[in-house]
Design a protein around this ligand. Structure first.
Ligand code: BGC
Length: 551
């Protein structure tokens, strides 16, 4: 590493953003990657580390694109929007549950692990989605919800008939609302009740970590282990590229522990072995991402870095960013980054701002577009694979109609056109009302607007495309003497960048007695970097952010 000690380098001049450019972008910011970047990206995305270099996009299929006018988004609709996603710079989609469901928890109550809900299509349409996505070099993940089924699942329907049927022990039954071996593992969230419900047919109580319509499977029964691993194989055999594993840390319970106890860890290793069966000679294969039970610590989900999850959401990150902007204090982000540095070698965090479970990025960032943009810049430059939640790229606003529960505020239909009533989502009546202000946040409305959130996302994704450093580079924090600028270096053998994000709406500057790998230039955003005499001075204008190429 080269110290900047004696060679004084004035790297980029600082000046306020011109009025003509309300985003404050100073570096040229094309919305498309160069042909060379694209070639490099294609190579990276075809290799064993493809998921580290990919940009994922979480799709709520029900709300993305309706193809038949029934007001419900479907797989055929999603297929018709793949080009939009490709153009945005998306390499993989994660589909929220698309399986048959009574829709008591937005599809997280699965009634059949081997079929598609007729509202979304059928297996033939799913196969077509895989073919169309793969033709565009995009991957498809499905949501694997293994902790529980719907109470409408045939397994539960059989299990509840009596205490002696072949599936009598597939769920967690008890004569009382409690069981010693379950301990106090009841729901962590009051929205799901107190964990035990009575079934009058069987004359017993059953355990559920979530809604009462979501009975927990009993993984101490080897038949359940076999059947659920086979369900995973079913989707992999069709060509599915991986899974997002819902609340998987909660599979097994015990009196002394409720999350990621040794039995759960052993099951996840078996699931990983199922995925590894599908790797080709180059080691490319399906991968999986988990949601940790502890929002901000995924350590246990990675195992030794090669035998459990490939990626894990640090859901805490989205919250951290919000807190950091609110408190104007980088320590909150720094602490989160330090945690990821402690993950086992090979671990790849999955970076999110929002998801179907939390408020829209718009709310998270206090309804201020600049905070949203800076949060997105952090998401795309911190160590980890970004997962964009649908609509985030247009700054979609929350809704106020609730069909399942208040999380529906973040699950409203995608706004494709300015004009209502269906806004390009449907020709019928949408299953749930649009979020607020659809006429100001639509794909068509933002498409050609250089100052729009959509344009910013395109610029960000084009900027990082094909550079190995964003996918697999190391990260280290840069210790500035101010708390108002988040600063870190990403580096690998090919190049290095300094990322600096102003957490405030005032100009900020900070000094670091910190060696940088070398001199460089402003590569994205707006700001200046002066290095010399063993220190660096970073200046970032109000609401701005900058990425400097320092090697
Ligand atoms: C999902 C939630 C769901 C819960 C229970 C989580 O992983 O993200 O939306 O309510 O699991 O299935």
């Amino acid at each position: 590493m080269k110290r900047l000690g004696t060679t004084l380098a004035l790297v980029a001049a600082c000046s306020a953003a011109p009025e003509s450019n309300p985003q404050g972008l100073r570096a040229p910011a094309p919305t498309k990657p160069s042909p060379d970047q694209q070639v490099a990206a294609d190579r990276l995305l075809a290799g064993p580390d493809w998921y580290r270099h990919a940009v994922f996009y979480e799709v709520n299929v029900r709300s993305f694109q309706d193809s038949n006018g029934d007001g419900i988004g479907d797989l055929a609709g999603l297929i018709s929007r793949l080009d939009y996603l490709k153009d945005l710079g998306v390499d993989g989609v994660w589909l929220m549950p698309i399986f048959p469901t009574a829709f008591k928890d937005s599809g997280y109550d699965i009634a059949d692990y081997r079929a598609i809900d007729p509202a979304y299509g059928d297996l033939a349409t799913f196969d077509r989605l895989l073919a169309e996505a793969h033709a565009r070099k995009m991957r498809v993940y499905v949501d694997l919800v293994l902790n529980h089924t719907s109470d409408q699942h045939a397994w539960f329907q059989e299990s509840r008939t009596n205490k002696t049927n072949p599936k009598a022990d597939w769920y967690v039954w008890s004569d009382t609302p409690g069981r010693a071996d379950i301990g106090n593992c009841g729901p962590d969230n009051p929205r799901f009740g107190d964990g035990w419900s009575r079934d009058e047919t069987r004359g017993q109580w059953y355990y559920h970590r979530f809604y009462k319509e979501q009975p927990d499977l009993d993984y101490r029964n080897p038949d359940v282990v076999r059947e659920t691993l086979d369900a995973a194989r079913f989707w992999l055999d069709r060509g599915t590229d991986g899974f997002r594993c819902d609340v998987i840390g909660k599979l097994y319970e015990s009196p002394t522990g409720c999350d990621m106890i040794p039995e759960t860890i052993a099951y996840i290793k078996q699931l990983r072995a199922v995925l590894d069966e599908k790797r080709d000679a180059a080691g490319v294969g399906p991968t999986m991402v988990s949601e940790p039970s502890e929002l901000n610590d995924s350590t246990k989900y990675y195992g030794d870095g090669s035998d459990m999850f490939h990626m894990s959401f640090d859901f805490g990150f989205g919250y951290f960013w919000q807190l950091a902007f609110g408190a104007r204090d980088k320590k909150i982000v720094d602490d989160a980054v330090k945690m990821t540095i402690g993950y086992p070698k090979g671990a790849q965090p999955a970076q999110v701002i929002g998801s179907h479970d939390v408020p829209r990025a718009w709310q998270y960032t206090a309804n201020e577009p600049w905070r949203h943009r800076n949060a997105a810049l952090l998401q795309m430059t911190l160590k980890g694979t970004p997962f964009i939640y649908y609509g985030e790229e247009i700054g979609m606003r929350p809704g106020t109609q609730f069909v399942v529960d208040d999380r529906d505020a973040s699950r409203t239909p995608m706004v494709w056109t300015k004009e209502g009533p269906g806004h390009g989502f449907t020709t019928g009546a949408p299953w749930i009302a649009f979020g607020a202000e659809p006429e100001t946040t639509s794909v068509a409305g933002e498409d050609a607007d250089p100052a729009s959130t959509l344009t910013y996302y395109r610029q960000l994704l084009a900027f990082r495309r094909g550079h190995t450093v964003w996918g697999t580079g190391d990260i280290r924090l840069v210790a500035l003497d101010v708390g108002t600028i988040v600063a870190f270096v990403r580096e690998d053998p090919t190049e290095a960048y300094l990322v600096a994000v102003n957490l405030t709406d005032e100009d900020q500057e900070g000094v670091a007695a910190d060696p940088l790998p070398g001199a460089g230039a402003l590569a994205f955003g707006d700001g200046s970097l002066e290095a010399g005499g063993g220190s660096v001075r970073v200046k970032i204008p109000a609401t701005g952010a900058a990425v400097f190429k320092v090697r």
